[in-house]
Design a protein. Structure first.
Lengths: 81, 421
């Protein structure tokens, strides 16, 4: 089971791989769209990669609720619990 | 015929081909008679026991010439297009996107073709679907595989807004793109058009399909000797990949900014065989029509043509039909017109072929040199043409024009006419 920082860091690597955003910029308070400029298609790629990496399911309906990196990390933490 | 049309010139060239990652290295290789064909080392060659085990892969992997994140969002065909567009744009003397370069983006167009589209993406995602289910299919699969993706991405790259188009006509696609670009400028829709095309389908499915059509050479033990247009022992084409893009510009616009001009794109002629979905029309009727239309469009007489860069793919029927057509258009004078077939070195780039070979034609006019056709050990006795062999030949200074032929499955014929500047 990964802790919050491990999940944030893992998610940051995925975001960097897919979008080129520097991993250090992927902090909990950052908005995926407003701060990191990630479009909806890249967001789906990030979600699918995160599902695989963290062994969780993130339904499509849920993706629109993941506004910030913190939202996504919390969802993944709960999914792993 | 009185010319009232806007004159269009070539001010920039960009390319990625089996013999070079840019225009200069491609041209050097062509003059040196170097083949880009080699044995393929991909796992699927052995896995499927492929009947054809060689091709002409790009000399430089286009993904290495692009930022990583951009490369992963582009099909290989679009990677070639973006790489070539950047080179052509810079070669024309422009920096940054259209606005950065001080241009009105609404006066800059893109016509960038592919014959087949994003096959790497299509087949790769089909494998993901079969192996891992629908969730693993990329949300970018459609924008990556659509055949207009190279055109759209070049327009994004340059912020070109006069229109982005992708004419599809198999192996004449990118020549048709250049003809379309000519029309865009003549009709006043744009001052500048980035035009050409690319292809990337060195994959088992298309190779199996082309081999089953009996269109490909099976000379597996001698890849470099396999593509032999006009040779008696030719047995089909060699599959290449890559592409080229031109910067076309109204002569007025080019002159106003003091641009270097390679040649004038003087005219284009197009026709359809309406004969067979894949076979050449042996009498060359459609090719003759396209050639005559190109000459009329360019206001050229047959005795002004110094050179023809042939489509010649190294198939038995196609090369002979092209020769027949040239004889009918040029009559006895045909034997005084040196011809060449770049596919002997770069293989057949399908949708990218027309633009790469049109580029070769333009460079022949610009540098006054015709690259040789390699592997013509015994000129087919049915081919009564002056094929440039062994070494480059100096172009006749007295005649101002050169033609480029591009024909495609489906009976599409495109002939481009260039005039020396």
């Amino acid at each position: 089971m990964a802790n919050t920082e491990e999940i944030r860091s893992g998610l940051a690597d995925i975001v960097n791989e897919i979008t080129g955003v520097p991993a250090d910029d992927v902090q909990l308070e950052k908005s995926f769209t407003d701060d990191l400029d990630i479009d909806s298609l890249s967001m789906i790629e990030v979600v699918v990669a995160a599902e695989e990496k963290f062994g969780v399911k993130i339904p499509e309906d849920e993706v629109k609720n993941l506004a910030t990196v913190g939202d996504a990390v919390s969802y993944i933490e709960k999914g792993q619990a | 015929m009185a010319r009232t049309q806007v004159s269009v010139v070539v001010t920039g060239l960009g390319a990625s081909t089996p013999v070079g990652g840019d225009v200069a290295s491609t041209w050097d290789s062509l003059l040196a008679g170097r083949s880009g064909a080699r044995s393929l080392t991909q796992d699927w060659v052995e896995e499927y026991d492929m009947p054809v085990r060689f091709g002409a892969p790009a000399a430089v992997d286009p993904s290495e010439a692009l930022p990583r994140v951009q490369a992963r969002r582009l099909d290989r065909s679009a990677q070639f297009a973006v790489v070539a567009a950047r080179e052509a744009w810079a070669d024309a003397g422009y920096e940054g996107n259209a606005s950065d370069a001080g241009l009105d983006p609404d006066r800059v167009g893109v016509v960038c073709a592919s014959g087949i589209g994003g096959l790497h993406t299509l087949l790769g995602n089909y494998d993901l679907l079969k192996e891992h289910g629908p969730r693993k299919v990329s949300p970018l699969a459609i924008p990556m595989l659509m055949p207009n993706s190279p055109a759209a991405n070049v327009s994004l790259e340059l912020q070109a807004r006069a229109g982005a188009h992708a004419p599809v006509s198999a192996c004449s696609s990118s020549a048709e793109a250049i003809a379309y670009g000519l029309d865009m400028i003549r009709s006043g829709r744009a001052d500048i058009v980035v035009a050409g095309g690319s292809e990337a389908v060195i994959l088992p499915l298309p190779i199996a399909a082309f081999a089953n059509m009996m269109a490909m050479s099976k000379r597996n033990d001698e890849p470099e000797r396999a593509s032999r247009p006009f040779d008696r022992d030719r047995d089909g084409f060699v599959l290449g990949e890559g592409g080229a893009l031109f910067v076309l510009e109204s002569a007025e616009h080019a002159k106003a900014r003091g641009a270097r001009v390679y040649a004038e794109l003087a005219g284009a002629g197009m026709s359809a065989d309406a004969h067979h979905i894949a076979q050449s029309e042996p009498g060359g009727t459609g090719v003759i029509a396209a050639t005559r239309k190109a000459l009329v469009d360019a206001d050229l007489s047959t005795d002004e043509v110094a050179h023809v860069n042939c489509h010649a793919t190294s198939t038995p029927v196609g090369d002979a039909a092209e020769s027949v057509a040239l004889h009918k258009v040029f009559g006895d004078g045909v034997t005084t017109i040196p011809v060449t077939a770049p596919k002997s070195m770069i293989g057949h780039l399908l949708g990218g072929a027309g633009a790469v070979e049109a580029m070769t034609t333009v460079l022949s006019l610009h540098h006054g040199l015709i690259p040789p056709t390699i592997n013509v050990d015994n000129l087919d006795e049915e081919i009564d043409l002056d094929v440039v062999r062994d070494a480059p030949r100096k172009l006749d200074d007295a005649r101002p024009a050169a033609l480029n032929n591009a024909f495609g499955f489906g009976g599409h014929n495109v002939v481009l006419a260039f005039r020396r500047q």
